[in-house]
Design a protein around this ligand. Structure first.
Ligand SMILES: [Zn+2]
Length: 393
């Protein structure tokens, strides 16, 4: 009878069936003197497989068996996901190729894992992810562990504009699992010179929506959360509370102070950069480990010294340079590698191509993170002084 016309049940009756426990015992005792075949596809094998096996997808069994087991009396143990594909392959080898010592693992690797027996597992990454992030995972300092941390991380970007665009693109490519975007603006033609996440045909669209489209096209692993609003004293705590790291690309001082005070209170690290004309600067604020934004700038500069990019002009690539330095800081913080810019202010002069680093210390008189800073009572949570006064135009 042609095996192709037999039901799975009939095939299983013809083949020696081993429980996972029996198979494991035999594999151990054989000490390498048997051939263990995984009859599945490569991506299934990559996720989890039995130690010491050989992957042979179903379509390759007939052509490869000669090379894998030249002697037809060789003991063969076959398995697959649930035991069906391997049973058919075992039947083929037994009936058509003359192998007379073939067994099948009943219930496959699923039953094996259910029984709590050991498998070689790719921790936390699917086979698609192993492929996509292979240049990360092959870095010994980063590894699968670092990638899993990125995939489980939640990063909030304040602004989907100049700094936010490159930061978001690279964090998305890197596999940050959740990216929140706070922006209430729409894409304008004058943005496209530096805000590379947006495109010409999306002029007039909300920036968060345009950014979400680019991110989703780049990496389906990333979940984008749109906060189509302006950060305010009323919403800041609620918006930032679920994120691990916040990236401050805000273009105005009231928002920077507001974010600082809220992030110190919730102990959220903030990577903060700014760009103007041909200059940029960046630092990383980890509450109580290093200075906060107010330690660095106890009072905001007068408004005429803090023009927005729209009024003052900025070299487009500045957004890219500082935006990617931001992304680099975020990745280090999340993966727990390297030395973040805590207590250091890095200045970049693009015309001279010079980086300068300044030390920044915690201010013992800081009203927010200093030792004498007053705990704001629970009833005051979410209420902040009127920052508009700082930057009245
Ligand atoms: Zn401070």
């Amino acid at each position: 009878m042609e095996s192709g016309t037999l039901s799975l049940e009939e095939i299983q009756k013809r083949i020696e069936q081993l429980s996972p426990e029996q198979a494991l015992e035999e594999i151990k005792a054989a000490n390498g003197d048997l051939v263990l075949l995984d009859i599945r596809e490569p991506h299934e094998h990559a996720e989890a497989h039995l130690e010491g096996d050989v992957l042979v997808p179903p379509v390759e069994v007939a052509e490869r068996i000669d090379e894998l087991a030249p002697d037809t009396s060789q003991r063969l143990i076959l398995y697959c996901r649930s035991g069906a594909r391997s049973a058919r392959a075992a039947n083929l080898l037994q009936e058509q190729f003359g192998y007379d010592n073939v067994a099948n693992v009943e219930g496959g690797i699923l039953a094996w894992q259910e029984a709590g027996l050991p498998v070689d597992e790719a921790e936390g990454l699917t086979s698609e992810q192993r492929e996509r992030y292979s240049r990360h995972t092959m870095l010994p300092e980063f590894g699968v562990e670092g990638q899993v941390k990125l995939l489980n991380s939640k990063v909030l970007l304040l602004g989907a504009g100049g700094l936010g665009s490159p930061t978001a693109l690279y964090l998305a490519a890197a596999g940050v699992g959740t990216l929140g975007l706070v922006d209430d603006d729409v894409v304008d033609e004058s943005n496209l010179q530096r805000q590379v996440i947006h495109t010409t045909d999306r002029v007039g669209e909300p920036k968060t929506e345009s950014a979400r489209k680019s991110i989703e096209a780049l990496n389906p692993d990333v979940e984008v959360i749109e906060h189509r609003t302006r950060l305010s004293a009323e919403n800041v705590l609620e918006i930032i509370k679920d994120y691990d790291v916040i990236v401050d690309g805000a273009d105005n001082f009231p928002t920077r102070y507001l974010l600082n005070d809220a992030s110190v209170r919730l102990r959220k690290p903030v990577v903060s950069a700014s760009i103007l004309a041909f200059d940029g600067q960046i630092s990383t604020f980890v509450p109580f480990e290093g200075p906060c934004y107010r330690c660095l700038y106890p009072t905001p500069p007068p408004a005429e010294l803090a023009p927005s990019c729209g009024e003052a002009g900025v070299l487009g690539v500045m957004a890219g340079v500082l935006g990617l330095l931001q992304a680099n800081e975020v990745i280090k913080l999340v993966a727990g590698i390297g030395e973040p810019l805590i207590g250091r202010l890095l200045l970049y002069d693009s015309l001279g191509t010079r980086f300068t680093e300044l030390k920044v210390r915690r201010d013992p008189n800081c009203p927010v993170c200093g030792p004498n800073a007053e705990e704001i009572p629970q009833s005051e949570m979410g209420k902040f002084p009127d920052y508009e006064a700082f930057c009245a135009r």
